[in-house]
Ligand binder design. Structure first.
Ligand code: PA5
Length: 446
């Protein structure tokens, strides 16, 4: 279902160098398997696709059916891991020019920014639509989604009345803690649980991602099946034949050689948001203790006309991991033209996926010649099952890579710093001391 192509690394990293990491990969895996790695309270994702509770899957599907009957739009309110997974899969699988699948609602997202324009425009869009709200926050206390929920809830009540709170809101949160859980219990709202042992960025295969995707008309069972196949193929297999471990080792080898940034590149625009999910996964899992690769992304061929110059001839600090989809359904044939004014008749009759594949080969060869290490990860096709496989592949590779780097893959202490300052500057009770400190700093600087 998935292959790691290392051919462009020839002359940069040898098989011996990769296999020299076998003892470290074995150790990293046994720590994960035994639950002895740092952050081992958050290893629930590791066997999740294998142990998925059929009753929960049924409940999710039933809730999705209720949403579909009631609404044209489901607004998913969440940030970080509470929205990126669903958005990534949704964008990858939906028709880019249709608001919704034939058998599903349109998914919209809120609470992932603090933009007044975004929220006001969303409110306008929702005025003549039937909509429901799906609020997702593991902690139940994150400010951005909490604000969006308050504002959109008011719209819901204005449009449908107080009863709509119970009929049209679903909460996905901690099983017992947090303000969102208290609110949901108080009103007896439909609730799904983010398991205690699954962190936000590892939560797409829990109700966090599965409920919106089911409501949007996608086959969540297939998503889980794909992840399960990855689990069976990848867990514990030796480094030599394990693409997830090899990917983890290779990126660490490149990092040690001064390639401090990795760009996930794709020639398929529908994968752009998958790259956003991947950035969070690796950025939050590895970026600590002054270490880690900077996870970035580019969409080709578009960005060849902007960042391509930097990649080809700029500072040699970046390597590329190219995400490839082998089989393409939509061909978009190039027609013959009588006058051939644009000189494209040499391409007449050829399909865009073929031209795109050649553009990819040409680009990766050029970048390789420009001393940029390149890896390819190819998926046979783009559907729920293959995406499930890819998600699990990256989750496992990320945990392994973080352990090879020597950091805890499952915490994110750095995310708190901006929150502390924001609360202080907004005047949240309890943050007065920090506010005074920040004011003193600002006075010193001016
Ligand atoms: O991966 C993570 O844990 C974070 O990115 C969280 O998903 C994000 O901060 C949102 O947190 P919460 O779901 O608690 O609102």
């Amino acid at each position: 279902m998935l292959a790691l192509n290392e051919k462009y690394l020839a002359g940069i990293i040898s098989e011996e160098e990769i296999l020299a990491h076998s003892p470290y990969a074995d150790l990293a895996w046994s720590e994960l398997a035994e639950g002895s790695s740092p952050g081992s309270d958050f290893l629930g994702w590791l066997n999740l696709p294998q142990n998925f509770d059929p009753a929960l899957l049924r409940e999710i599907k039933e809730a999705a059916e209720r949403i579909k009957k009631q609404s044209e739009v489901l607004v998913n309110i969440g940030i970080g891991g509470s929205y990126l997974g669903a958005k990534a899969v949704y964008e990858a699988l939906k028709d880019p020019f249709k608001a919704r699948q034939d058998d599903g609602v349109e998914l919209l997202f809120a609470g992932q920014n603090l933009s007044g324009k975004y929220l006001e425009s969303l409110i306008e869009y929702l005025r003549d639509k039937d909509f429901s709200l799906n609020v997702i926050s593991k902690s139940g206390t994150t400010t951005e989604p909490a604000i969006a929920f308050r504002i959109l809830r008011a719209l819901l009540v204005e449009k449908y009345g107080e009863d709509a709170l119970r009929e049209r809101i679903i909460c996905t949160t901690d099983k017992s803690r947090g303000a969102l859980k208290a609110y949901a219990d108080n009103l007896d709202l439909t609730c799904f649980v983010v398991p205690d042992d699954v962190g936000g960025r590892y939560s797409v295969l829990t109700p966090v991602g599965l409920l919106p995707l089911a409501a949007a008309g996608f086959d969540i069972q297939k998503l889980l099946e794909g992840a399960h196949k990855a689990l069976l193929n990848l867990q514990g297999t030796k480094l030599k034949s394990n693409p997830a471990y090899r990917y983890a080792v290779i990126r660490n080898c490149l990092y040690k050689r001064g390639y401090v940034a990795e760009s996930l590149v794709t020639f398929e625009p529908e994968l752009s948001f998958f790259a956003e999910w991947w950035k969070q996964l690796f950025g939050e899992s590895e970026g600590k203790d002054g270490k880690a690769l900077l996870p970035t992304s580019m969409q080709f061929t578009r960005d060849l006309h902007s960042l391509g110059q930097f990649v080809q001839e700029g500072r040699k600090c970046l390597f590329e991991t190219c995400l490839v989809i082998d089989e393409q359904q939509q061909l978009a044939l190039i027609p013959e033209s009588e006058d051939d004014g644009d000189g494209l008749n040499y391409l007449a009759g050829r399909a865009l996926p073929e031209v795109n594949a050649i553009a990819r080969r040409a680009t990766l060869m050029a970048h390789r010649e420009g001393a940029v290490p390149v890896l390819e990860i190819s998926l046979k096709r783009l559907d729920e099952e293959h995406l499930g496989y890819l998600i699990y592949f990256f989750e496992l590779a990320c945990a392994m890579s973080a352990r090879l780097l020597g950091v805890n893959p499952f915490d994110q202490p750095g995310v708190e710093a901006y929150k502390l300052n924001m609360f202080a500057l907004l005047g949240k009770p309890g943050y007065e001391e920090r506010r005074a400190e920040l004011n003193r700093e600002a006075a010193d600087q001016s």
